[in-house]
Design a protein around this ligand. Structure first.
Ligand code: ADP
Length: 221
């Protein structure tokens, strides 16, 4: 069955919101792009399903756009923290299920948390961590932090594990990490079987405690 396309609205079309909007649209999703700046709205017309000028702190304006019916609303208002907070509050009061908000600082984060933002994003910090992880290890292709303790890493299979099966490597028993998927060029083998064999150039997508992942990366491959 084809994957059901989701409906998204992106409020604030700066560098962060603009990238989210373009990528969602490129992936074939329905995206409503909102900004109170007409130049931005025109710029994003080719990269969204609809782009509209609206002030997102205006509850009536959001209602008339039918924002309640969107599964996800991303609030990507940068510097104007007050507008970001007010917009989030209005969206949650209207009953939008998933409101993801970009935070500027820890104070902003705390307030967003209190008023019910479903996910709070710190793009610069998150990207900084990923770049640092990537740059310090030739094996790490990508890195996603899930919490203070757990993360997901993409690791390039080394010679040591080429042509070995997952069962043969005992990754879970020895290192407490789980292989979520194996990427082989364009193919993604999700939930690989114990007898699946790792080949040269494969990328392993692994979830686990950060200390276990580090041990696997350093000793297991
Ligand atoms: P970034 O740091 O991601 O580039 P910016 O602060 O430059 O973020 O961009 C935020 C965008 O949000 C701007 O395009 C701005 O016009 C828009 N914006 C700010 N306040 C509102 C609001 N109340 N309603 C709608 N859009 C807004």
């Amino acid at each position: 069955m084809a994957e059901k396309k989701k409906q998204f609205a992106v409020i604030g079309l700066g560098r962060f919101g603009g990238s989210v909007c373009k990528e969602l649209y490129r992936m074939g999703h329905q995206v409503l792009a909102i900004d109170n700046n007409d130049v931005k709205v025109n710029e994003f017309a080719p990269f969204s399903t609809h782009s509209v000028i609206a002030n997102s702190t205006d509850e009536k304006a959001l209602k008339s756009l039918g924002i309640r019916n969107f599964e996800y609303v991303i609030v990507a208002i940068g510097d104007n923290i007050q507008s970001s907070i007010l917009t989030t509050l209005v969206l949650k009061e209207m009953g939008v299920e998933n409101v993801w908000v970009k935070a500027q600082n820890n104070y902003h984060h705390k307030v967003l948390d209190k008023i019910g933002a479903d996910r709070i994003i710190h793009p610069e910090q998150d990207m900084g961590i990923r770049i640092a992880q990537h740059i310090t290890s030739e094996k790490i292709v990508d890195y996603i932090e899930l919490s203070d303790d757990y993360s997901i890493v993409e690791l390039l299979a080394t010679k040591k594990i080429h042509n070995r099966s997952l069962i043969d490597l005992h990754i879970r028993a020895k290192y407490g990490c789980t292989i979520l998927a194996i990427k082989r060029e364009e193919d993604l083998n999700v939930s690989p079987l114990p007898e699946d064999v790792i080949r040269e150039k494969d990328i392993l997508i692994v979830i686990g405690h950060k200390l276990d992942l580090k041990r696997f990366e350093e000793e297991g491959m």
